[in-house]
Design a protein around this ligand. Structure first.
Ligand code: PLP
Length: 456
């Protein structure tokens, strides 16, 4: 659709100018949501028979709609898992769209898939998984976890005894919500080991040993977390790997958030055992500075993934021909047509080099340490637990759940910061506490001090 006229030229310049401005802003306005009714009142009807014109639509986006979104790369956005895509990666996201490449099959996407695979080689090297381990980029951690677990389940179902059985997956209560959601998709049961802190080999073993024989037979996988989203806790990966090997269970490591920390020498040792995994999830759109959306799934044995995921179809056969020989990303995860999601990461890695990534990840860990010290020094606050990876859980002494909530809204409303509360298990049930998660290397010590000051 090459609809070029003079208005389109204007609009192209407008859009590119906006994009350049936005990626050079290190302190974007902290937007906040409005109700749908209010947005409608402000922008009116935008999809009409003859169109409202690009200039008008873009103006509404800039003046109203984008202000009703939260820029997650804001240096004082420390809620959930923030993001901080590099300029190079964002620019290449634009290039990825402009290039119109189908990323499913080598036949059409060879040059782009080559680039994705270069970035993937680096990710695989971070895990230390031995050859022939390899992976593909997905839409995110949820899709990566689902793709991996489908492979695990298919492998388990190869045993005729399991064909009509509902599988069981064991994980910990610290696991991400997507594990339960994905188990629903494949109709598997989930059993949770109750370890708010790291899941250990002994806790897992004790849990497994207590299961009735009929349930033991149904267990096909264990999902450990390489950096819980809430607190940055890394399960005892090495021990869990050994346990899985002894019971012939699939070992998946969900490192969607924490995986970026594999690049940081100061904490790499905490992931010992990840190299023994059957599959690993890492989200470059979390801690590897890629724009949304970009996840990754890596398999110890990609052939197993291909057996589970390769799609058949008469119009697809051409892609399997000799002439189109090469790596077909659609064979290794749940999606067929796909954007070349790894391309922005590749360009950014090629631009900056991997040392810059190491530095940027270490910066997040350093910020968590600094926050920990400031919290301990402040008479009004205390740590709930030592900072882990780039997550810090702390309490404002004397505050109720309602106080945290009001404080969050106050700071967001004034456009100052977005820091949200979470829950943590204490002696008398779950307690509401405050949480920082650092990703953006542009966050400063002063940002943290100012946020703590807003709790006075
Ligand atoms: C964020 C996260 C996910 C889900 O990833 P999406 O990219 O949001 O789909 C899964 N697991 C963990 C540990 C996460 O932090």
């Amino acid at each position: 659709m090459h609809d070029i006229d003079i208005d389109m030229v204007e609009m192209t310049l407008d859009v590119v100018k906006y994009a350049i401005n936005r990626i050079t802003q290190t302190n974007p306005e902290l937007g906040k949501p409005k109700t749908e009714a209010e947005l409608r009142r402000l922008v009116g009807e935008t999809v009409t028979n003859s169109g409202i014109g690009g200039e008008k639509a873009f103006e509404l986006f800039r003046q109203v709609l984008v202000k009703a979104t939260v820029p997650i790369d804001h240096p004082r956005h420390l809620a959930f898992v923030p993001a901080s895509p590099t300029r190079a990666a964002i620019l290449f996201d634009l290039v990825t769209s402009a290039s119109s490449i189908h990323g499913a099959y080598w036949m059409e996407g060879a040059g782009g898939i080559f680039c994705e695979n270069e970035a993937m080689k680096w990710l695989v090297s971070l895990t230390g998984m031995p050859e022939p381990a390899f992976g593909v980029f997905t839409s995110g951690g949820t899709a990566a976890n689902l793709s991996a677990i489908v492979v695990a389940r298919e492998k388990w179902r190869k045993n005729p005894r399991n064909i009509n059985q509902k599988g069981i997956l064991i994980t910990s209560i610290g696991a991400h919500s997507s594990i339960k959601a994905m188990a629903k998709v494949i109709d598997a049961d989930v059993l949770l080991v109750a370890s708010e802190d790291a899941m250990s080999q002994s806790a897992l073993e004790a849990f497994y040993d207590k299961l009735p024989e009929t349930e033991k037979e149904r267990v096909f996988a264990v999902v450990a977390t390489g950096g819980t989203t809430n607190a940055g806790i890394i399960d005892e990966l090495d021990g869990i790997a050994n346990f899985c090997r002894s019971k012939n269970l699939w070992f998946h490591v969900d490192a969607a958030y924490g995986g970026g920390a594999l690049a940081a020498k100061s904490v790499r040792h905490l992931f010992k055992g990840i190299e023994k995994a059957d599959s690993v999830t890492i989200d470059p759109h979390k801690w590897l500075f890629s724009p949304y959306d970009c996840g990754a799934v890596i398999y110890k044995n990609p052939e197993e993934a291909k057996e589970a995921h390769a799609q058949e179809g008469s119009y697809l056969e051409i892609f399997k021909d000799e002439g189109a020989h090469g790596f077909n990303p659609s064979d290794y995860q749940i999606q067929l047509t796909r954007r070349l999601r790894g391309l922005p990461l590749w360009f950014s890695l090629a631009t900056h080099g991997t040392e810059k990534y190491e530095w940027a990840v270490e910066q997040g860990i350093k910020l968590a340490k600094i926050a920990g010290e400031l919290i301990e020094k402040n008479p009004l606050t205390e740590l709930v637990r030592e900072p882990s990876l780039s997550c810090v859980l702390y309490r404002r002494i004397g505050w109720s759940a309602e106080d945290y909530r009001n404080w969050t809204y106050r700071n967001h409303e004034s456009g100052f910061a977005l820091v949200t509360p979470t829950k943590w298990k204490s002696t008398n049930g779950y307690e509401t506490v405050s949480r920082f998660c650092f990703i953006n290397p542009d966050t400063t010590q002063k940002d943290i001090q100012d946020i703590l000051k807003s709790m006075e």
